[in-house]
Design a binder for this molecule. Sequence first.
Ligand code: TNX
Length: 497
Amino acid sequence: MAAPHLVPTPTSMTALPDAAFRIGSGAEITGDPAAVAALQRHLDPLPAAPSSGSIDLSVQAGGPAGSYRLAVGTASVAVTGADAAGLFAGIQTLTQLLAEGPDGWTIPAVRIDDAPRFAYRGVMLDVARHFHGVDTVKAYIDRASSLKFNVLHLHLSDDQGWRLEILSRPELTARAAATAVGGDAGGFYTQDDYREIVAYAAAHHMTVVPEIDVPGHTHAVSLAYPELSEQPVLSEHVQETVAQFGGGLPENGSAYEGMAVGFSSLKIHDEETSAFLRDVFAEVAALTPGPYLHFGGDEALGTDPADFAEFVARASALVVATGKTPIAWHEAGAADGLAPGTIGQYWGFVSPTDGMDDKTRRFVAGGGRVILSPADAIYLDMKFDAASPLGLTWANGPTSLRRAYEWDPATVIDGIGDAEILGVEAPLWTETVRDLADIDALAFPRIAAAAEAGWSAPFGATPERTWESFRTRVAALEPLWTRLGISFTPVAEGEPA
Ligand code: TNX
């Protein structure tokens, strides 16, 4: 019996010799009502056909958090989650097992025991460089949750726009949300929109992590509250980016439509800035049921290191005061005085450079853990080959599907192994990404490699955790992705021989 093709590959799977379970859209599904509805949505498009038995979806406390067992026989299907998230994960597996053959749709006879390696399995969507509306975000939640991601990090503010309504600071969306990179239309989420995203994510067992990026990446604030902003620092890097990508130099008070980074900063020492952060963090925290609030801290290139350290220490304390656990990009690890337990998000390379690993280790010394987003492996906004029409190349050139796959979270930073790693996150920055089709073309199939890094056994630890196995398994998902309307890049195209 050849084993079915699954991504992320499960902890253990036994293909059974029994005849497959036959299924049609009218199949009888019993058990947990939310799970029944979730599976029903996947079966609805199938043709009506007699099923060979019933499908039961239930929660039975016992196994590790997020785990499930799945048993498919000729006459019955049972998915048992250790909790609701585990059951939902099991349904995603079931969806991948559905296959169309000469006799209609079937599920192969199989037993699976499966549990996630890491608790935090994230995707990030930058809705600041280009705004992506509620429907696009929901579509990305559908996609990510089908691969067992359980965190959606939204990058809600940047130089090019402020994307979340803040009632106590109304000028942010009134004056700083209308445009995007390249002069494209902007947009923002009302608080109701945001609640709708949070609820949709929760129904897909995903937690929303909101990011308000400070003290840099804040040019948009200068349009709304100029008194809070320093003048742009026009470094050589900024000038080079403008020369390469266009967009003009940033000027306070005018919308920024280019792609340069690192030129903007809030005023570090002003009490007004602290009051601003207090107001913004309070509203974002109140809207967000999840435990985390990300305060950015990356690429404050024009800010004096001592000022930066003072600022991120204060920002982390202000996040703690809202009752949330702070997350920051790894640069913030340089600061003494970060709130204990602050989580660091590493975005250096698979082989760390420039002391980025030192900064990341400091979060662990402070009682926090680490999220790994190595840019030259799982930045989904990198081109997959030099000819990709979309994407950037700064992270060691194009990132092939193979490079996205061949790394392991526990070997990126010395001293940071599974115990110190909260999880893995695949960011999608959107300087070049305008709509869902662009998102799909860059994210798929590489997002599947990130899913496996977050869920499955360590790279190389099992025969399935090899490039050869993954390449076959991920290509086998293409018919499912087609059915789901995903505009993926074909595996063969993303991975030239
Ligand atoms: C670096 S990664 C950034 C973003 C850019 C991205 C483009 C990080 C924390 N900052 O501001 O959008 O590169 O790939």
